[in-house]
Design a protein around this ligand. Structure first.
Ligand SMILES: [Zn+2]
Length: 591
């Protein structure tokens, strides 16, 4: 190994020999730490030979915690294993010599400098090249390094520490520097696909860093989608946060194809196909263990290049509980009553992005106890629910439709069935059949309001008496933005707003709004909550169905027997200071 001129041979010797290996084999230590039994180890050793992988790789694939393995490995190699979260943020003087993207790519991080000793945390301390490079990067530092101490950590801890140590606004600065690097790399007129591919193996080029950073930043800001939109002379990147799109970056046109190609490589799309839409998936945890997200990627060809939309699915995001959805007391009671019935149909309705899936998942989580069997047919499976719930992915193109899935499920003796969406008569019929044979069935329909959903089912060709017998509840829903609690202020309603609300709000009423502050990025809103309209089946409504009532009659009786409309629920939330009148008006219709 090349010795940097500033460090004496003695320091280097020291650095490499200061560790004290345990003298035992990695496998022995694994058994000693009770991570593995001898039997399991023999079984895995066979895989090591067969699959030509290291025991470590196999263990990680089998689901062993990276953290525990790293600790055992540290013992085996003779390094101290440290918990980085207990380290204070090092002075910027120390950090500035290593860029965060470099630290992530090479899994290395300077943590302390004390009286001539530089301590570096590494995930793979045997990586001499990196160690060498890091020491070289400190050559121009004003402090003198007399000794280098290497400590070991897990990649998860390392990434978390990098994010903590190099918090914004350094990230913004770095984004600019990456774009500059992108520009520089294109001056050499390299083939675009070549750059993206080379980066893919090297994992360090500017395009790779840019792709990772676009995703990491979206994850940190809590964006649900990332849009890459090619225009005539640039590529625009926008994030959707709390339902609103905002521009975050303009990428120069010359980098467009390389960036999109890089994303296509990450999700195994066909690179030579640019004229047909494609779909793919990225498990981003592979690139950054802290970002526990899956990303669904789809491309659509446009005259200026492929338009890419990435939907970010947070694997860790705790499924909301029913209490967090935004039901008021009255609606919560109706909803709980419906889901505690032994059989029947519960429908969540609303346009795309109205929180239907979230609500369904919250309901299933509530019902997931040891004595019930829950199965789902989804297109696609958006979140892994865990617990006892069995989730399946339907594939209509291959003929595995919702209706087929439900019929197959019946043989598995479930108690509760979730059908992703009712799109056609066949699915609707199977759903009703399933409920009438003693199952609780949840599903969604693309309709606007609760009563409209019932009418829609009848128009599809479902007999009214079947609806009367099987339907328990229709939950129409929308999402409204919540006022930022840090900058919320009250005000008195004026004539203009009375007009805006079409008379739903009276002159002189106290309402609320967000002034905009640092906590909400100046928008005045933070997070979203649901507004609901619950059509809950009762005796009166049931007899109306059988008589063959009109939509108007159903609507009137539903209201008389306790249905509160979307608009009413939204207004209630505005009066309570949860949301603004503006949100009420833009998400719900006046009656
Ligand atoms: Zn605010």
């Amino acid at each position: 190994m090349k010795v940097p001129p500033e460090l004496s041979n003695e320091v280097y010797e020291n650095m490499m020999t200061s560790r004290i290996p345990s003298g035992k084999s990695f496998e022995e230590l694994l058994m000693e730490s009770k991570l593995l039994t001898g039997e399991k180890l023999r079984e895995l050793s066979a895989r090591v030979i067969k699959e030509k992988k290291s025991i470590e790789q196999i263990l990680l694939e089998t689901g062993f915690s990276e953290e525990k393995l790293a600790a055992v490995k540290a013992g085996y190699l003779g390094y101290e294993f440290v918990n980085l979260s207990s380290y204070p943020v090092p002075p910027s003087e120390l950090l500035k010599h290593i860029k965060p993207a470099y630290a992530k790519n090479y899994k290395v991080l300077p943590v302390t400098y004390d009286d001539g000793t530089l301590t570096i945390a590494m995930v793979e301390p045997r990586d001499c090249m990196t160690l060498d490079e890091v020491v070289r990067l400190y050559r121009d530092a004003k402090f003198r390094i007399r000794d280098v101490r290497v400590v070991m950590t897990s990649s998860k801890q390392l990434f978390a520490a990098i994010d903590k140590f190099y918090a914004v606004p350094r990230e913004e600065v770095e984004m600019k520097s990456i774009l500059t690097q992108v520009a520089a790399s294109f001056k050499q007129r390299v083939e675009i696909a070549e750059v993206a591919r080379e980066d893919a193996t090297e994992n360090s080029g500017p395009i790779v860093m840019l792709a990772n950073m676009v995703i990491e930043k979206a994850f940190k800001k809590g964006a649900s989608d990332v849009h890459l939109e090619p225009a005539l002379d640039h590529l625009r990147i926008r994030y959707r946060i709390d339902g609103e799109l905002s521009e975050v970056m303009i990428v120069p046109k010359y980098a467009q194809d390389a960036l999109i190609t890089r994303l296509k490589i990450m999700c195994d799309m066909r690179l030579d196909e640019r004229r047909q839409p494609q779909d793919g998936k990225i498990d981003f945890t592979k690139y950054n263990p802290v970002a526990t997200i899956d990303i669904r990627v789809s491309t659509v060809p446009t005259p200026y290049g492929e338009d890419v939309v990435m939907r970010i699915l947070d694997k860790k995001s705790d499924i909301l509980s029913l209490a967090m959805l935004g039901f008021n007391e009255h609606n919560m009671r109706l909803y709980k009553e419906a889901i505690s019935a032994p059989y029947g149909v519960i429908l969540h309705v609303g346009p795309t992005g109205s929180g239907k899936t979230t609500a369904l998942y919250a309901a299933l989580k509530t019902l997931d106890t040891i004595d019930v069997k829950i199965v789902t047919a989804e297109d696609p499976v958006e979140y892994t629910l865990g617990g006892q719930i069995i989730q399946s992915h339907i594939n209509p193109v291959a003929g595995f439709t919702f209706a087929k899935a439900i019929r197959a499920f019946m043989r598995h003796d479930p108690d509760i069935i979730l059908i992703g969406e009712v799109r056609d008569l066949e699915t609707a019929k199977t759903m009703i059949e399933a409920s009438l044979t003693g199952h609780l069935v949840f599903s969604t329909i693309h309709t606007n309001d609760a009563v409209g959903t019932v009418t829609r089912l009848m128009k599809m060709g479902i007999e009214p008496y079947l609806i009367a017998d099987s339907l328990l509840l229709v939950c129409a829903q929308r999402l409204v933005r919540m006022i930022c609690p840090k900058c919320k202020e009250s005000y008195t309603v004026t004539g203009e707003e009375v007009r805006l609300s079409k008379g739903d709000i009276k002159q002189g009423t106290t309402l609320y709004r967000g002034r905009g502050c640092n906590a909400c990025g100046g928008i005045g809103y933070k997070g979203r909550t649901g507004v609901f309209e619950l059509f809950s089946m009762n005796k009166k409504l049931r007899s109306l169905f059988i008589k063959g009532a009109t939509t108007e009659e159903l609507e009137r009786i539903a209201k008389e027997t306790g249905m509160r409309t979307l608009r009413q629920d939204a207004i209630e939330k505005a009066l309570k200071g949860i949301t603004t009148l503006e949100e009420v008006v833009s998400t719900t219709l006046a009656e």
